[in-house]
Write a protein of this length. Structure first.
Length: 312
């Protein structure tokens, strides 16, 4: 593992250790049911962080191949959760099989062989055109547009968008060769820290709700306070990136805004299906897509900004 990355992971472990201790103390001291629920939610987020740090540390230790496998499995579980929650029919099964067993491995295989041009269009062009053909061959036209759109949307969000996170490893950035894993660390840290900090600021200072019907816990105070803190964190991590502190702050701001939009949009999808969480994969904190909803929006934006301004 890169020494700088090892230092960053050590810092995360210290921060999470302190957060876990604080959460344990708060759980013993709170008395009201509302406060207890808030503390339990915060502790669930901290436990999810511990799990992610452990998994990413393992992946980063064993190199790009394991990192790609990790994200491919993450995309698989996210796609499964999306499809499980949204209604499909037997006529969609052939298109779904291609989504799971052709386009998902193809997308990550293209990253592995560094075929960036095809990686960028395989799903938004070829899957977009092919999946409806596979569905229409079953000769069922009832709700055809809605059914096709669900499968296409699921594949775009859970595979195409999320795959842009490990795709950071293939960017050719002058003076940064062999250290691209730090960009992935930067993305994941900022986007997840933003989620947690927005929740904390919202609980402490939140008054004005942004979208009470879609996501009752999101407030302007939480978004601005947590987002600003995540931007400062991004600036502080500039030493591990090819960015200056000001550039790192700008990148972090883009990640925060995109991640917020992703969380809001996918919350609306859940609400439309009458569900609170995408799944139960992470104990006490929903499914894999509940943790990756922000990444699905933030990863493509961060990838393309980095590619456009810093890569050759």
């Amino acid at each position: 593992m890169d020494p700088q990355l090892l230092t960053l992971f050590a810092g995360l472990v210290v921060v999470l250790g302190v957060a876990s201790a604080v959460g344990h103390v708060l759980r013993r001291r709170v008395r009201s049911p509302e406060a207890h629920a808030t503390v339990e939610n915060l502790n669930a987020r901290i436990r999810a962080w511990w799990l992610m740090v452990a998994i990413f540390a393992l992946a980063f230790t064993f190199g790009p191949a394991v990192t790609l496998i990790l994200f491919a499995l993450t995309s698989f579980y996210c796609l499964r959760e999306f499809i499980s929650l949204t209604p499909t029919r037997a006529a969609d099964h052939r298109a779904l099989a291609f989504a799971f067993y052709v386009f998902l491995p193809l997308q990550y295989g293209l990253i592995w062989v560094d075929w960036q041009s095809l990686f960028s269009i395989a799903i938004p062009v070829y899957a977009f055109l092919l999946l409806p053909v596979l569905a229409v061959l079953r000769h069922e036209t009832d709700e055809f547009l809605g059914r096709t759109a669900r499968v296409q949307w699921a594949l775009m969000l859970t595979v195409y968008c999320i795959s842009h996170a490990p795709a950071l490893l293939i960017l050719d950035i002058p003076g940064f060769k062999g250290r691209n894993v730090l960009l992935l660390f930067f993305l994941v840290t900022v986007v997840q820290a933003s989620d947690v900090l927005q929740y904390v600021f919202g609980k402490l200072f939140g008054r004005r709700k942004i979208a009470p019907v879609v996501s009752p816990n999101k407030t302007w105070e939480g978004f601005l306070g947590g987002g600003a803190s995540a931007v400062l964190l991004g600036a502080a991590l500039s030493f591990a990136t090819p960015f200056t502190p000001l550039q790192a702050a700008g990148m972090a701001a883009a990640i925060v805004l995109a991640g917020f939009c992703g969380g809001l949009v996918l919350s609306a999808v859940k609400r439309s299906m009458g569900a609170k969480d995408w799944g139960t994969m992470i104990s006490g904190h929903g499914g894999a897509l509940d943790r990756m909803d922000s990444v699905s929006y933030a990863a493509p934006l961060f990838f393309h900004l980095t590619n456009y301004y810093f890569a050759t």
